[in-house]
Each structure stands twice: as C-alpha cells, then as structure tokens.
Design a protein around this ligand. Structure first.
Ligand SMILES: Nc1ncnc2c1ncn2[C@@H]1O[C@H](COP(=O)(O)OP(=O)(O)OP(=O)(O)O)[C@@H](O)[C@H]1O
Length: 354
C-alpha cells in the first residue's frame, strides 16, 4: 500500500506546455483513472510517475519520499503499456521472471513468485508457452503479471486494454479491478474511454489541455460536473443557450430561477432529467425515437430548430412529428467554462414548461 502525491507538476515539450501546474493526491489502495481526450496529457503524467519523463517543475512523492529524479528501475512503480511490450523470444514465465533475475533473487524464489503471479492473472498453466502463442488478452495479463511480480507500491497502466475488442476489454477490466482490490495496490490508470473510467475508478481525474478539470468519484462526476468541459465530456448532455435576466432564464421552454448575474448562459440538462408528454399546444416536436429496449431515446426539435435528447421509459409511445411538452428535473447553469448554479424543482419549484 502506498500514497502518491503530485505537487505542482509542469512539463513542456519544445516550448509548449503539455502539463500545467498539476497537483493530485492518490490515496493508499485507491484506483484513480486519468481520463481525457487525445493529447490532454494523461500519458505524460503517467510516464512522469513511472520515471520515463522528468517534470520541468514540481515534485512527485511516493509515501512521502521524493522520487522526481529517480530512474524508472529504482522507483517502486510497475508499468503496463498499451502495446504488450513483452519479449517474444522468451516464454511467458521467463518474461515474468526477468525483473526478478535482474534483482538477483534466488532461482527457487523466482519460480514461486512467477507461479503466484501467473495464478493471480488466471494463467497458471501458461508459464511454458511462448508469447506469440497467446491471444491479445492473455498477453496483456502477462504484462500485468510482469509488473505485479516486482511488488510495486504503485501500479501504472497506460490504456492497457485499448487494442482488445470490447467484450474482452470489459472482461479484463473486471479482472483487473478484482486483482487490484485483492492486492490493495494503489493504481493509476490512463484511458480515453469514459465507460472504462466510470466502471473502474474509485476516483476519476478529467484532464483537458494539460490541466485538471475535475477530480471526483464516477457517480459525482456524472451527477455534478463542475466545468462546461466535464459536463459535455462525461455522458450525454443537452446544452441550451439563453440569457439570465433578473435571476430568471429567458429560455422559452425552461424558465429557471437562479442567483446568477444577467448575461448569456447555457442550461445543461441530462436526457434522463427530461420528462416528455404529448401536448397538442406545445411548440416542440418529436423528430425521431430510438428504442434501446431498456429505454427510449427521443430526439426532439424545439421551435427554433434546436435539438434536444430525452431518455424516456420503455413504455413510452410517441409518434414522429407529435407535439410534446417538456419538464426538467435538474438544470445546471454554465457561463463560459464555469458552473454558476444547480437548479432542481425542490430548490425553486421554478423549472416549468410554458
Ligand atoms: N516526447 C514528446 N515530445 C514532444 N511532444 C510530446 C512528447 N510526448 C507527448 N508530447 C505531446 O504532449 C501532449 C500530451 O501528450 P500525451 O501523450 O500525454 O496525451 P494523452 O492524453 O495521453 O493522449 P493520447 O490519449 O492520445 O495518448 C501531446 O500534444 C503530445 O503530442
């Protein structure tokens, strides 16, 4: 078990800031996912923790010890890369044993450790196989075993399942989560897939442009995004532009009261927070419905041509072109990148359909 701290880390490549003044605490035994679009700096942070890049500014501490300038092989970290990076001329067992040999561990101990690691990743009988005889998923399990056999304090994974098909990816994700919990190993996991982060993480760090947008549990990140970017990046979100005047929004459909200064805003509403009901007098119309079995996604066209998505119960029956009234149970108000207010009917009794 170990704690990881990043203190005001900064990194530039060729004069461009790739990581800006980033701080993060990962607790003992926690699994934290770094999530963000391509180029947001996820891998760079992971590589700095692993010692494969050195920050220009700031420091990295593991259990309070400054490791910022310690080379990778001397750090208490184990890294698993996207591509398997196994040695194809060696057997599975030899791959896993390699790091222990470098540490000059006695042979019998190595054999025991390798057997234990293979057992852990569900490949107990595969030690003698050649790497090329394994499937992609099995190879990634070997890569995880190879990292874990050195008993690192921190496990680092850089999109380890990205090259696998979705079914296998979900399966390995669950296996990894089980292993991580069983060992209680502090883990940093890079992904650009929000499903992966939501399924795996104790906490998610959303990055954009080399900066942390928000750090939160999956549930909290989904329910209470703090920035415009996170609101649009995690899950599905409707954004409706309007103005606030005298503490009230002037959107023709969603008039909310919120303690927000006058000026332009965006109302952010999740599809599942919208209730749709047939209403002959309404100006919004059903554009399309898609039946997903578990729910029906209704694509609605507002009077001004804006489109909005609502998630409705499977029993919903709505025809294309049918006029519908809308109600929202939760609206977040954003101005620029910043969230200014969260409004629910119980707060204000003011979210209403006109
Ligand atoms: N060694 C390097 N030299 C120059 N630029 C680099 C180097 N490594 C990363 N970068 C740049 O830093 C930025 C962040 O890269 P990084 O790989 O950390 O992003 P990422 O979020 O992991 O993206 P992806 O999901 O595509 O892997 C990118 O603009 C990338 O081009």
């Amino acid at each position: 078990m170990a704690q990881l701290t990043l203190k005001n880390i900064g990194k530039s490549f060729d004069g461009t800031d790739v990581i800006r003044d980033t701080s993060l605490d990962v607790k003992d035994g926690e699994l934290v996912c770094l999530l963000g679009p391509s180029g947001s700096g996820k891998s760079t942070i992971l590589r700095m923790v692993g010692g494969f890049e050195t920050p220009d500014r700031g420091s990295i501490l593991i259990d309070g010890q400054d490791v910022t300038r310690i080379p990778p092989e001397k750090r208490p970290t184990g890294m698993v890369f996207q591509s398997h990076a196994l040695w194809s001329h060696m057997s599975v067992a030899e791959n896993i044993a390699f790091g222990l040999k470098l540490r000059r561990m006695p042979r019998r101990d190595i054999q025991a450790k390798v057997a234990e690691a293979l057992e852990l990743v569900g490949l107990a009988d595969y030690g003698k196989r050649r790497v090329w005889q394994l499937s992609g998923g099995q190879q990634q399990r070997v890569a995880i075993a190879r990292a874990l056999v050195l008993e690192p304090k921190i496990l680092l994974l850089d999109e380890p399942f990205a090259s696998l098909d979705q079914h296998l990816r979900e399966h390995l994700r669950e296996e990894l989560r089980d292993i991580q919990r069983r060992l209680g190993i502090t883990t940093l996991f890079v992904t650009h897939g929000q499903d992966e982060a939501l399924a795996l993480a104790d906490r998610i760090v959303v990055l954009q442009g080399g900066e942390i947008e928000q750090v939160a549990s999956p549930d909290h990140m989904y329910r209470a995004p703090e920035t415009r970017f996170v609101a649009g990046f995690i899950g599905s979100m409707n954004f409706l532009a309007c103005d606030m005047r005298g503490g009230r929004s002037d959107h023709p459909l969603f008039q909310i009261s919120a303690p927000v200064n006058d000026g332009p805003v965006e109302l952010a509403i999740r599809p599942e927070a919208i209730t749709v009901a047939p209403d002959a007098n309404a100006s919004s119309r059903v554009h399309r419905t898609t039946d997903y079995g578990t729910h029906i996604l209704v694509d609605i066209e507002l009077e001004d041509g804006t489109r909005l998505k609502a998630m409705c119960p499977p029993s919903t029956r709505l025809a294309t072109g049918e006029p519908v009234g809308l109600k929202a149970s939760h609206v977040a108000v954003f101005r620029g990148t910043e969230k200014l207010a969260d409004v629910t009917p119980s707060d204000t009794r003011e979210i209403e359909h006109v």
